[in-house]
Design a protein around this ligand. Sequence first.
Ligand SMILES: CC(C)(COP(=O)(O)OP(=O)(O)OC[C@H]1O[C@@H](n2cnc3c(N)ncnc32)[C@H](O)[C@@H]1OP(=O)(O)O)[C@@H](O)C(=O)NCCC(=O)NCCS
Length: 194
Amino acid sequence: MHTTLAAKLAHAGQILPILKTERLTLRPFVFEDAKDVFDYAKDELTALYTTFSAHTSLEDSYYFLFEIVLPSYLKGDLGPYAIDLEGKVIGAIELRTIPSPIRNHAREIGIILNTHYRGKGYMNEASKALIRYAFNETPIYRIFGCIEEDNKDSVRTLEKLGFTYEGRERHGRTLKSKYVDLLHYSLLKSEWGG
Ligand SMILES: CC(C)(COP(=O)(O)OP(=O)(O)OC[C@H]1O[C@@H](n2cnc3c(N)ncnc32)[C@H](O)[C@@H]1OP(=O)(O)O)[C@@H](O)C(=O)NCCC(=O)NCCS
């Protein structure tokens, strides 16, 4: 079964242009990345503010590749991209479509990095490349992020990229069975200098 899905994933991923930065390659995920995905997604702290629970086995990472990534590629999302550092996938980045024809110009950013590769500016570098591509080569005009109020690292990453704080969505999501506020940030093409 994995062989058929792996072929589908490889085929669907061809929709994404490969983006190169000084240190990184942003490329579509392939079946063989499951182990690297597991490496970052198994960490409870990394998964604390994400939409998924920490992966407990490689099967969870295959689920991510085949049930999350593959449908995203088929839907035409800009990602999830694998962030590849010298052959190792150290994280992921995506610009998700919003299911509404009047919001076709907007995308929601999603970012995640293996804990061992943080504090080195890799997400900043990857984000700039993807945002540059989105604003210069596609009709995308607005990129936004909704960050849990305690997720300071993500807030810092978006602020360093020039995102503007828009406001607080009170009790916008549940986290460990509690309501938590979401901080809304956005970046418009007209503001993007890089
Ligand atoms: C959000 C996340 C990706 C940020 O990772 P990060 O490594 O801090 O991201 P950045 O690439 O922005 O790195 C910036 C840091 O690298 C430092 N840095 C070192 N070398 C650098 C370079 N060459 N260029 C830029 N920054 C550099 C910066 O000074 C900054 O340090 P600081 O955090 O002390 O200010 C990470 O914390 C994460 O994966 N969190 C869990 C997942 C998550 O919650 N996702 C969001 C769900 S909404």
